[in-house]
Write a protein that binds this ligand. Structure first.
Ligand code: ADP
Length: 479
């Protein structure tokens, strides 16, 4: 067997054939220079497998395949109804393979298996299914202008979409981007994060099985600075959709400026969770814990975590995704201590799990934190909560908005008026009232300020993937 497919198995007994190549034009190929990137299991720090990483030349091939598919009648002329059927078939295949896909994300990302299975996989399949229903409902308007003229609008695909995704939700992020793009008739080159490419590569086989024509979806793993940059700067890519850090988004915007690409960005966050003194404190603590510690703290949105092996059903928090991320989180713990915040609990690596080499960190809480501290202002992206006090509603709002970010916010209060007034004033793309960090594919998600541009999910997500064409009609040919 070629090294493009390797038989893998996981501690839960699941075995599967893992693709290792670049998925271009519905075929598996090696990278042009043969370079491979190791995928590491963060629970053990051991290599799972090495998979091919794309060069700029490979990205160019993928873009050309996507460009050809865009105007090929098998895709261009496919009715919305038929596009929707392909997508709902894909949603079903994702469900049929959910144990394997969840297992892959657990060993590649470190998230607990039960979370990958019950949360990520549900969201992934349902997002594709949700958008499949829109495929035949993307249409324009008729606009009467005067007695002898009118115009109609058509919503056309934007074109070739470069989609660059992060490692925190490897499959859900792919679904958020593929769903609306395909529903609107675009073609795609998707680059998974080089830290967690394995599930997206497995997904590629399901895309073929669902019946998508060659070139409609291309999936190329690779380093951000090489493959991601090649995609962002490619003159034949019409749109870039990105989820990742604000710093990388800045680079991508510059690269995307070459041909004025349409862009959607979902970037960093440092999201306040405001607990008023009239709140149900037990609920607030529960949701605060969920908000900050779920997904190993690797959700951008800002509190009894059991840290453990991701395949242990009682585990709430697995390892950090990479050594780099582990080092980064630990550096923030040291920073918080140096800044004289009070380390209420946690702050240490956890070494007594598995082979002792996993990237585990105790859930960590700092109190006596003040707004000038870096741990208050910067995104840590790990299981570290920082707690500060406020005295009045105005002060709470001011502290919440004292940030370059604006991704999410949560409010805990039993006072209805206060809840909605504060929700209106928090500068964020999402506000939760009396819960936290629970998303839904039917509801738009995105940021304000330096947390992003544009919206994903919900009906709003479709707007980012069509261009409106206006057709003016002269009924009576009089000047
Ligand atoms: P994080 O810091 O959380 O890893 P990044 O923003 O670096 O987030 O990565 C998110 C995605 O962006 C990944 O797929 C990564 O490979 C990609 N990426 C990183 N740097 C660049 C870049 N210079 N150009 C394009 N994509 C990039």
């Amino acid at each position: 067997m070629s090294d493009l497919f390797v038989q893998l198995s996981a501690p839960n007994g699941c075995t599967w054939l893992q693709p290792t190549g670049l998925f271009i034009n519905n075929e598996w190929v090696k990278s042009s220079n043969g370079h491979k990137i190791a995928s590491i299991n963060p629970a053990t720090s051991e290599e799972i497998i090495s998979v091919y990483g794309a060069t700029a030349e490979d990205v160019d091939k993928a873009v050309k395949a996507a460009r050809a598919a865009l105007t090929d009648p098998t895709w261009r002329d496919l009715s919305g109804l038929e596009r929707g059927k392909l997508m709902s078939r894909l949603a079903k295949l994702i469900e049929d393979n959910r144990e394997t896909l969840a297992t892959i994300d657990t060993i590649d990302n470190g998230k607990p298996y039960t979370v990958a299975l019950n949360e990520d996989l549900t969201e992934t399949a349902e997002t594709i299914r949700y958008y499949s229903g829109f495929a035949d409902k993307v249409f324009g308007q008729v606009i009467p202008t005067n007695a002898d003229k009118f115009a109609y609008t058509v919503r056309e695909p934007v074109g070739v979409c470069g989609q660059i995704i992060p490692w925190n939700y490897p499959l859900a992020m792919a679904a958020w981007k593929l769903g609306p793009a395909l529903a609107c008739g675009n073609t795609v080159v998707l680059k998974p994060a080089e830290q967690t490419p394995l599930s997206a590569l497995f997904l590629a086989n399901l895309i073929v099985e669902a019946g998508f024509p060659p070139g409609v979806v291309n999936i190329v793993n690779g380093y951000g600075s090489i493959a991601g940059a090649a995609l962002a700067s490619h003159m034949e890519v019409d749109k870039i959709a990105f989820t990742g850090s604000t710093e990388t988004a800045r680079h991508i915007m510059k690269m995307a400026s070459g041909n004025l690409k349409n862009i959607t960005m979902e970037t960093g966050g440092k999201s306040p969770l405001i607990v008023f003194n009239d709140a149900d404190l037990t609920e607030a603590v529960k949701w605060a814990h969920w908000g900050i510690m779920s997904n190993q703290g690797q959700a951008q949105v800002k509190n009894v975590s059991k840290v453990g092996d991701p395949f242990d059903a009682s585990t709430f928090q697995g390892p950090q995704v990479t050594r780099a991320q582990y080092d980064r989180v630990m550096s923030y713990v040291r920073m918080g201590q140096a800044e004289k915040a009070t380390l209420l609990c946690g702050g240490k690596p956890v070494k007594d799990i598995g082979n002792g080499k996993g990237f585990y960190i105790e859930p960590t809480v700092f109190t006596d934190v003040s707004p000038e501290m870096r741990i208050y202002r910067e995104e840590i992206f790990g299981p570290v909560a920082v707690i500060a006090r406020f005295a009045t509603d105005e002060e709470a709002i001011r502290m919440a908005n004292d940030s370059t970010y604006g991704l999410g916010g949560a409010i805990f209060t039993t006072n209805l008026t206060r809840a909605h007034q504060v929700a209106g004033r928090v500068e964020a793309g999402t506000v939760w009232i009396n819960f936290s960090n629970v998303g839904d594919w039917r509801v738009p998600f995105g940021g304000v300020k330096q947390s992003g541009i544009g919206r994903e999910l919900g009906q709003a997500g479709l707007d980012e993937y069509t261009n409106i064409k206006a057709v003016h009609v002269n009924v009576q040919s009089k000047l």
